[in-house]
Design a protein around this ligand. Structure first.
Ligand code: FAD
Length: 521
């Protein structure tokens, strides 16, 4: 191995994780790192995973990709947040918007709202994005200007950003066709010198220390490297299969372990292209609706202990209606949890091979992006310093543990308790630390001091939105806002209403904006 560090990287698996990793490494290191990616033509990719969250823009920025180029290629749409339906009670909905929470006189607007908001809808009172979602608006004007351009894009600087620089909430993410994204990134990475091998990995050879020496393939023989990245999905062929890394399940606190998915052509009432993901609570889980350009991705995530695959498929088909009649159902078993260590010796697992919570809040691609960024920040030198590996493992594990907590809050906090599934959600084991935090949040809404203390992608305002929207945990405003004059906040609530209405009137629909983007490529 050359003295200056790792040069030969072998990636096993070519799903979203594999190709995102190959592309990012090429963008970061160029010719200085050789990348070989092996993917099977027989073992398919997971085939779902179509909603992202707002940090993903840093990934595209880093690769130097612009929306007008990659969005049409991936049938992508905008996602301004998540609309939760029926989590509190039938017929109720609220949004978790990707929007900065405003602060008035030192207190977040949601504190003021709790003390006496103008309506029963915290989301519509405190944010403009719910209005845009309901009006099916694009977050960009036809000339490309972002609706929040004064906040985010005023500087005019172009630079390569990473998660670390995301200091304010960016107002949108994307929905995208994951298979098209993988194809797009295949072209990106191979054009920059990544070698693509289409073959089956038949064996993983370890040396006497237990490090990976090479992987064997059916037709291309052994493939050697310095660093091996396991992107083989839930099977974790290298990290769990060959290296025996224990997998720590989250299932005691997050019981959903199955999903059934359908790809539905967009027509009639299915062609709305609402600029948000919809998560509709069901008897034993929830159904996602993800509008892409030309079709909708939809699926029922459920707990196998409460619902059979047949029941789940029936529920999903009834939910979608006749538009799904010709669509084939994709039944998936999910491995919920994470590896005890995602980097072991010279093997790093990324994507589903590393860990997964469940699709709620769309964190799969975020975990991939986070892991790749951290791998580059912790890239191993020739000495394979164990301290570097430890730091990487801690960062990646905490990120997933933090998301686990946030998702547990969704079930624990949902007011709905109309059957065993939802009642059990209130008494299930919760991660260490969350019980204390939940207690604290009842008297003081979550802030930076009181949420999971390590980076996990979610900001305190997201916790606030979930607590206020789910409605199952009583919360109250700080005493101070009850004693302060409320005139300024009333102005702010009125301003938000006005701003929302003006934006709805001036922004094009997402359909028109995306069509114009397609016309311009
Ligand atoms: P896979 O897609 O499973 O890819 C595995 C790769 O390994 C394939 O290329 C396969 O050919 C290869 N392979 C396996 N065995 C071999 C072998 N022996 N030889 C050679 N190659 C091999 N994430 C989000 O961000 N948003 C979402 O909305 C979202 N929804 C989801 C819904 C569900 C139901 C599930 C299960 C996941 C969802 N995810 C979501 C997660 C997301 O799908 C994954 O993070 C993403 O697709 C990455 O998958 P992957 O590349 O790790 O694995």
């Amino acid at each position: 191995m050359p003295g200056d560090g790792v040069r030969r990287v072998v990636i096993a698996g070519g799903g979203t994780a594999g190709w995102m990793t190959a592309s990012y490494l090429k963008a970061a290191f160029g010719e200085r790192v050789d990348v070989t990616l092996v993917e099977s033509a027989k073992v398919g990719t997971i085939g779902v995973g179509e909603a992202t969250f707002s940090t993903v823009r840093h990934f595209f920025d880093y690769l130097g990709l612009v929306e007008s180029e990659w969005m049409p290629e991936c049938n992508a749409t905008y996602k301004l947040g998540i609309r939760f339906e029926n989590w509190r009670e039938a017929g109720h909905h609220f949004y978790h918007p990707f929007e900065r929470l405003r602060v008035v006189d030192g207190f977040p607007l949601t504190d003021w709202w709790l003390a006496g908001g103008p309506s029963s809808r915290f989301d519509a009172d405190c944010f403009v994005i719910p209005a845009l979602c309901e009006a099916l608006s694009s977050p960009r004007h036809l000339d490309g200007r972002l609706f929040e351009s004064d906040l985010i894009e005023g500087s005019g600087r172009v630079y390569r950003t990473t998660l670390a620089e995301q200091t304010t909430q960016f107002p949108y993410a994307y929905h995208l066709d994951a298979a098209l994204l993988a194809e797009y990134l295949t072209r990106y990475a191979t054009r920059r010198g990544a070698r693509r091998v289409v073959d089956d990995i038949t064996n993983v050879s370890l040396d006497q220390r237990g490090w990976i020496e090479h992987i064997d393939t059916r037709e291309h023989g052994p493939i050697t490297g310095d660093l091996f990245i396991d992107c083989t999905g839930f099977r974790g062929l290298l990290i769990n299969g060959a290296m025996d890394m224990p997998f720590e399940s989250y299932q005691d606190s997050l019981p959903n372990d199955r999903a059934v998915a359908l790809r539905v052509p967009a027509a009639g009432r299915h062609s709305d292209m609402r600029p948000c993901t919809t998560a509709t609570a069901q008897e034993a889980g929830w159904i996602w609706t993800i509008p892409l350009f030309g079709r909708n991705g939809t699926g029922y995530v459920y707990a196998g202990d409460y619902c059979t695959p047949d029941q789940a498929e029936k529920t999903l088909r009834e939910f979608v209606g006749p538009a799904a009649d010709d669509a084939e159902a994709n039944h998936i078993r999910m491995r919920i949890g994470r590896n005890r260590e995602s980097w072991y010796h010279n093997c790093v697992a990324i994507g589903l091979a590393s860990g997964f919570v469940e699709p709620l809040e769309s964190t799969g691609i975020f975990f991939i992006q986070h892991a790749i960024e951290q791998l580059v920040k912790h890239f191993p030198g020739a000495d394979w310093d164990p301290a570097v590996r430890r730091s990487y493992n801690n960062t990646v594990a905490r990120c997933m543990d933090g998301v686990r907590e946030f998702l547990v809050l969704h079930y624990k906090g949902a007011k709905r308790a109309d059957n065993d599934y939802w009642r059990d959600a209130k008494t299930r084991v919760i991660p260490d630390g969350l019980a204390e935090r939940l207690e604290q949040w009842q008297t003081k809404l979550p802030d930076t001091e009181s949420v999971f203390p390590y980076y996990h992608g979610f900001e305190p305002y997201s916790y606030v939105c979930m607590l206020l929207g789910l409605g199952g945990i009583p919360v109250r405003p700080p005493q101070a806002v009850r004693q302060m004059p409320e005139r300024r906040t009333l102005d702010e609530f009125a301003f938000i209403r006005r701003q929302g209405a003006e934006l709805v009137a001036s922004l094009p629909s997402q359909r028109d904006y995306l069509a114009s983007l397609r016309g311009s490529v």
